[in-house]
Ligand binder design. Structure first.
Ligand code: HEC
Length: 143
């Protein structure tokens, strides 16, 4: 009888583990899917609003438009970058060792568009910059 209850206990533990595992991995798959779709929409936003200055490969134009590809600024300044897209960015900044003191005007993008384009730039041209940017995160950032 003791052995029997022990076996039941083992089965119960296993079931709990299996459930937790599959819940977790399906959560991750959903998150990946959400990110992928956001990147896809962000690609379209990029082509409409950013490509003229930062160029298709994200390299920018030296001393005029800073690069987004492999940009240490973008990697380290998630909040400031989002703020720049919402309200414009001016003043001196250093990107990959070069100084820029220009002006990026606000483009009138919605919080959705900003989160999508951030996800695109954070995960393109070899960039792997952090977790997904959500619309809520963009909405919360104010001047
Ligand atoms: C009219 C040209 C122009 C357009 C269009 C433009 N930018 Fe910029 N961007 C700039 C300039 C100039 C700066 C540097 C501003 C400064 O010197 O303070 C900049 C800076 C940045 C930075 C921070 C610095 C870096 O290189 O990491 C990010 C991030 C950025 N832009 C993203 C975008 C995204 C995303 C879009 C499209 C939604 C966009 N920009 C559209 C001109 C532009």
């Amino acid at each position: 009888m003791k052995l029997f209850s022990f076996i039941i206990l083992l089965i119960a533990i296993n079931l709990t583990l299996i459930c937790n595992y599959s819940n977790n991995s399906s959560y991750e798959t959903t998150q990946n899917k959400v990110l992928k779709e956001s990147i896809k929409r962000g690609n379209a936003v990029y082509s409409d609003f950013c490509i003229n200055c930062h160029l298709p490969n994200g390299e920018g134009v030296q001393n005029i438009y800073p690069p987004l590809a492999n940009s240490d600024y973008l990697r380290a300044n998630r909040r400031k970058s989002i703020k720049g897209l919402k309200y414009g960015l001016k003043g001196e900044i250093t990107v990959n060792g070069l100084q820029y003191n220009k002006y990026m005007p606000p483009m009138g993008l919605s919080a959705n568009e900003i989160s999508d384009v951030m996800n695109y730039t954070n995960h393109s041209w070899g960039n792997k910059y952090g977790k997904i940017v959500t619309t809520e995160e963009v909405t919360k950032i104010t001047r």
